[in-house]
Ligand binder design. Structure first.
Ligand SMILES: Nc1ncnc2c1ncn2[C@@H]1O[C@H](COP(=O)(O)OP(=O)(O)OP(=O)(O)O)[C@@H](O)[C@H]1O
Ligand SMILES: [Mg+2]
Length: 265
């Protein structure tokens, strides 16, 4: 496979421009007259084409940060830009792959993937849908309905549907949580392959430190709520990555240390 990501991750990315710039972001929810201060002065630059993972304690505000980056939540203060443009509302250029599969059970694989494409000729739509069916390895299943598919296959449909609208950023919020352990391993490899093939900027939120180290070029570690980014670690390990490797375990330990120190506070 030829792509810029074939080089050890982290080496080529340093030259890449900033894609998403998060600066001085605060987010407070007001619920039943009570303020919940979730994000506290979050700064984070995400580079064009990189795979960045965000890890942090449960409930610290990982999803909130992702929702802010996607324009689903407004900021209390601070600024988020993509390609220099402030993020104000959701855009099809940035697509979520949710944890629970969001595909429509009453639509075929073909219809699910074609759903977001809007009005265009059948031939054009077919060409795009088939391209993404092939990318995610679902050839022959285009007429199948979700109930006939395994969990991993449904997730492939979800990825294809997200990618078919050609977003330049992919936000992934715990996308593998609903899958069994074996399928999860398979889908982690799959998302790396899709990322390497398409060159999208990927932002993954996960509570699974091993998953973050396996997938990401850099791992941003959040503190407890009100959360900020405590540290961003480079992960230059070559892919495919083996969790049993010394280097892999070292990075994992460093992340656990950062989270652990935070937990003792
Ligand atoms: N719409 C909302 N209104 C009020 N409070 C909210 C809202 N969304 C999130 N919160 C609160 O913000 C905090 C952070 O939630 P968030 O879902 O961002 O955390 P998380 O790190 O993604 O958690 P998890 O690891 O469980 O997925 C929680 O205390 C949550 O209750
Ligand atoms: Mg969450």
């Amino acid at each position: 496979m030829t792509s810029t990501h074939d080089a050890p991750a982290g080496t080529d990315n340093a030259a890449h421009a900033v894609k998403i710039a998060v600066s001085g972001v605060h987010k407070t929810f007001s619920k039943a007259g009570e303020d919940v201060h979730v994000l506290d002065d979050v700064d984070l630059d995400i580079r064009e084409g990189e795979f960045l993972a965000i890890v942090g304690p449960s409930g610290c505000g990982k999803s909130t940060l992702l929702n802010c980056m996607a324009g689903f939540e407004t900021l209390t203060s601070g600024r988020i830009t993509i390609d220099g443009e402030p993020v104000r509302k959701p855009s099809p250029k940035r697509v979520f792959v949710f944890q629970e599969t969001g595909i429509f059970p009453w639509f075929s694989v073909w219809d699910n993937i074609g759903f977001g494409l809007g009005k265009m000729s059948f031939d054009k739509k077919h060409e795009i849908v088939m391209r993404y069916i092939e990318l995610v390895g679902l050839q022959g299943f285009e007429k199948a309905f979700p109930a006939e598919l395994s969990g991993g296959m449904k997730q492939r449909v979800e990825f294809a549907r997200a990618l078919a609208v050609e977003p330049d950023v992919l936000y992934l919020d715990e996308p593998f949580g609903a899958l069994d352990a074996f399928t999860r391993i398979e889908m982690r490899r799959e998302i790396v392959r899709i990322w390497q093939t398409t060159g999208k900027t990927c932002v993954l939120v996960t509570h699974d430190v091993e998953e973050a180290v396996e997938l990401a070029d850099r791992v941003a570690v959040m503190t407890r709520r009100p959360a900020t980014i405590q540290e961003v670690l480079d992960n230059p390990l070559p892919r495919p990555r083996d969790p049993d490797d010394r280097g892999f375990r070292d990075i994992k330990e460093r992340i656990f240390d950062i989270l652990g120190v935070e937990r003792r506070v």
